[in-house]
Design a protein around this ligand. Structure first.
Ligand code: MN
Length: 231
């Protein structure tokens, strides 16, 4: 439990330091004591999160021990994905600028290098207008909207949110952080390549193979990023 909270705090600070999140965005972990619960910081900037800021939620995103602490309006993203995806143990939500153009155009985000091979599983696009049926402030602030986002994500590792940002999921905190980070890198590189010409993307077979290879190497990035926030 203490280890999960330490990793969650580290993930918050890493995502901020690496430019995946800024004052906004959040990362959660499924509660190692109870798979029907998850842990998420109170509503605050990720770079400033400490262990005492972590709140426990049930999968309907009702806070169980918040006390006076305020919850993120978009916590439903996390609970709904944990409900829909038993294989997911960590979720990152961010507004990473590089991915926004891919949510706003018909250009599909694709794996342009092996580090983002996990994008080969597809990158579905969440259109909140379809889910809500009326104008919203773009935020996933209700359980039905969270469930609609989880349905859009399906079995993919990443989903884009039109006019808003993205979610990245993983079987562990390091894996979700890795995917969130390299989704942003891939978006930047794909946009660069499209300005130069017509990019060649990883084939589905290459993406599957590279996803397996890189999954075994996630800890290298995690150790580096943890070292950087400790300096
Ligand atoms: Mn958001």
């Amino acid at each position: 439990m203490a280890a999960a909270i330490d990793d969650l705090v580290a993930a918050n600070r890493i995502l901020a330091r690496e430019g995946v999140v800024d004052g906004f965005g959040h990362v959660s972990v499924r509660d190692p004591r109870d798979p029907a619960r998850y842990l998420l910081a109170r509503s605050m900037a990720p770079a400033l999160v400490t262990p005492s800021d972590v709140i426990c939620y049930d999968l309907d995103s009702t806070a169980l021990d918040a006390g006076e602490r305020t919850s993120y309006a978009e916590r439903f993203i996390h609970g709904a994905i944990y409900q829909a995806r038993p294989d997911v143990n960590a979720v990152v939500h961010s507004h990473t600028p590089a991915v926004i153009p891919f949510g706003a155009t018909a250009v599909a985000l694709q794996p342009i290098f092996h580090m983002a091979a996990f994008l080969g599983a597809g990158v579905p696009l969440f259109e909140i207008r379809d889910a809500a049926g009326s104008a919203t402030d773009l935020l996933v602030k209700t359980q039905p909207l969270g469930e609609a986002l989880a349905r859009t994500l399906g079995s993919a590792n990443v989903a884009l949110m039109r006019g808003h940002g993205m979610v990245a999921v993983g079987g562990s905190i390091p894996e979700a952080v890795f995917r969130a980070y390299y989704t942003g890198q891939d978006a930047r590189l794909q946009a660069d390549a499209m300005r130069m010409g017509t990019p060649t993307y990883l084939t589905p077979d290459e993406a599957r193979s590279a996803t397996q290879t890189m999954a075994a190497l996630v800890s290298r990035s995690w150790e580096l990023w943890k070292h950087a926030i400790a300096l």
